[in-house]
Design a protein around this ligand. Structure first.
Ligand code: G6P
Length: 474
C-alpha cells in the first residue's frame, strides 16, 4: 500500500460501494457536506483517504478511484448497528444537535465506538509516512486523535468537527464525556464551525478534565499545547458557478420550470432527510400560506428534495413517515389536477441536477433547527451568478453567521417563518439583488480552498513555532 504525507480519516470514503442491477459492483459518490468539502483538498494534495465504503463487505483492498487514493475500513453488521447507527447517529448526532431528538445512551454502543475508532487509528498509523499530517473528520471519530498519537507520536494530527459542538450543559449528559474530550485532545489542532463551539469545548476541558486553558489554547501536563479554533467550512464556489453557467444546466433549469407548469414562485428545499433539517415545519408553514390564501396553488409551488439517509435508525424512519403523510395531506387538501402544492422527491441527485434546481428556484428555503454549517445554502448562493434569487435561512444554521443578508428565521416560530417565506417571495427584485450580491461576495471570498488552506497552514505553524510561544503565553 502506498503511504501518504497527508491522510484524511473520515467515517465515509468519498464513494460508496454499490452493486448494480447487473450484479457488478461499482462506486457512487457519498452523501453529505463532508465529502463535498474535502474532495477538492484531497485532489490538490495527492493524499490518501481512509474511510468506510458503506455496507459490510470485508477484505477490500486500497484502490484508486477517479484519481483519489482510497483506503477502505470494513465494518461488520454489528459495527454498523452499534457504532454507526448506534453511538454515532443515535447518541452523538442528536446530543450535538441540541437534542432535536432524544439521544440514547447504551454501553454496548460505546464499546463499539471505541473498538471502531481504534481500527481507524491503526489504519491511519499504517498509511501515514514519517512526520505526516493526519486530518481526522467529524463526530464519528473523536477518539482517533488520542489513539493515533499513542501509536505514532511523530505525526501532526488535527481533527475537524463538521457538526455543532454543543453547550456544556448538554455535553455533560454523556456518560463518557471525559473520554471523548481526551480523545479529541490527542490532536494538535481542533477545528470547529463556529467560535461558540470552540469556546464550549475549551470550557468543558477546563471543567471536566482539569487542564489549564487560555483563550483557544489548552495546556497539557506533558507540555503539549492544543488549539481549539473556528474554521467555518465552505464549498467549491467556482465549480458550482461554472456548472450553473453551463448551457446544459441552464437548459435543464428551464426544463424544470416548464415541467412544473411555469409557476410564478418556486420554493425549493434540498436536504438529507434528517430531523435536524426542519423539513416538516417548513412544509407546514407553506401549507398554511396556501390554505389561508396568501399564496395560490399553481402560482406558487414547493419543490422538496430529501436525500435518503440513515434509513434504519428509528428516528429517521419516523420522520420519513411523518413527511410522507404531511405531503400527502397537503397535496390532497390543496392540490389541483396538474398543480400539486408540493413536489416531493425522496432521492439523491448529481451536482448538475442540483445546480439546475438551484437556478430554477425563486426562493431557497433552508430551515434547520440546528446545523453545523449547511452547505446547500452556500451552493445556492454560488449558483446564482446573475445576483438574483432569495434565501430564507435558519438562524440556527452555522451559515447564518456569514449569510447575514438572507431572510433569517427561527424555525420554531411558524408564524415568523410564514412571514419570511411571503416576504422573500414578494420582495422587490432590487432588494433581492442587493442581498444576493452581498452574500455572493462573502461566499466567493471564503471558498473551501480558503478553508482548507487556512486550517492546514495553522496546523503547520503550530508544530513549528508553538513551543517558543508557550513561555510567553500567560
Ligand atoms: C453530515 C455529517 C457527515 C456525514 C454526512 C452524511 O454531513 O457531518 O459526517 O457523512 O452527514 O451522513 P451519513 O451518515 O450518510 O454519512
Amino acid at each position: 500500500m502506498a503511504k501518504a504525507d497527508l491522510v484524511i480519516v473520515a467515517n465515509r470514503l468519498p464513494v460508496d460501494r454499490v452493486v448494480g442491477g447487473d450484479g457488478q459492483p461499482g462506486w457512487r459518490r457519498s452523501p453529505g457536506g463532508l465529502v463535498t468539502a474535502l474532495e477538492p483538498v484531497m485532489r490538490a494534495n495527492d493524499g490518501a483517504w481512509i474511510g468506510w465504503p458503506g455496507g459490510t463487505e470485508t477484505g477490500l483492498k486500497p484502490f484508486k478511484e477517479d484519481g483519489l487514493q482510497l483506503v477502505p475500513v470494513s465494518l461488520s453488521e454489528e459495527d454498523v448497528e452499534e457504532f454507526y447507527e448506534g453511538f454515532s447517529n443515535g447518541t452523538l448526532w442528536p446530543l450535538f444537535h441540541d437534542l432535536v431528538a432524544k439521544p440514547e445512551f447504551h454501553r454496548e454502543w460505546w464499546d463499539a465506538y471505541v473498538r471502531v475508532n481504534r481500527r481507524f487509528a491503526e489504519k491511519a498509523a499504517d498509511v501515514a509516512t514519517e512526520g505526516a499530517t493526519v486530518w481526522v473528520q467529524d463526530y464519528q471519530l473523536l477518539l482517533v486523535p488520542q489513539m493515533l498519537r499513542e501509536l505514532r507520536p511523530d505525526l501532526r494530527i488535527a481533527i475537524y468537527l463538521h457538526i455543532p459542538f454543543p453547550p456544556t450543559e448538554l455535553f455533560q449528559q454523556l456518560p463518557w464525556r471525559r473520554q471523548l474530550l481526551e480523545g479529541m485532545l490527542g490532536a494538535d489542532l481542533i477545528g470547529f464551525q463556529l467560535p461558540g463551539g470552540a469556546a464550549n469545548f475549551v470550557r468543558l476541558v477546563r471543567q471536566r478534565v482539569g487542564h489549564k486553558t487560555h483563550r483557544d489554547r489548552v495546556y497539557l501536563p506533558d507540555g503539549r499545547i492544543v488549539r481549539a479554533k473556528a474554521y467555518p467550512i465552505s464549498i467549491d464556489v467556482e465549480g458550482f458557478e461554472e456548472l450553473a453557467r453551463s448551457e446544459s444546466v441552464q437548459a435543464r433549469a428551464k426544463e424544470i420550470r416548464e415541467a412544473l407548469g411555469d409557476p410564478e414562485t418556486i420554493f425549493l428545499g434540498i436536504d438529507r432527510l434528517d430531523y435536524t433539517k426542519g423539513i416538516y415545519a417548513r412544509l407546514r408553514a407553506f401549507g398554511e400560506l396556501l390554505s389561508e390564501g396568501d399564496l395560490e396553488v399553481g402560482r406558487a409551488m414547493f419543490v422538496q428534495v430529501a436525500t435518503p439517509s440513515r434509513e434504519r435508525v428509528e428516528q429517521y424512519r419516523i420522520l420519513r413517515d411523518d413527511i410522507d403523510r404531511l405531503v400527502g395531506r397537503l397535496n390532497g387538501d390543496l392540490g389541483q389536477i396538474g398543480r400539486p402544492a408540493i413536489v416531493y422527491m425522496h432521492t439523491s441527485y448529481p451536482r448538475e441536477e442540483m445546480a439546475a434546481l438551484y437556478l430554477a428556484a425563486d426562493v431557497m428555503v433552508v430551515t434547520p433547527y440546528r446545523d453545523g454549517m449547511n452547505l446547500v445554502a452556500k451552493e445556492y448562493v454560488a449558483c446564482r451568478f446573475e445576483g438574483d434569487g432569495a434565501l430564507v435561512l435558519s438562524e440556527f444554521a452555522g451559515a447564518a453567521a456569514e449569510l447575514k443578508q438572507a431572510w433569517l428565521v427561527n424555525p420554531y416560530d411558524l408564524n415568523g417563518m410564514k412571514a419570511a417565506l411571503l416576504e422573500a417571495a414578494t420582495a422587490d427584485p432590487k432588494e433581492i439583488g442587493r442581498r444576493m450580491r452581498a452574500m455572493r461576495k462573502t461566499v466567493t471570498e471564503n471558498d473551501v480552498k480558503h478553508w482548507a488552506t487556512t486550517f492546514l497552514e495553522d496546523l503547520t505553524e503550530l508544530g513549528d513555532g508553538e513551543a517558543l510561544e508557550v513561555e510567553t503565553a500567560e
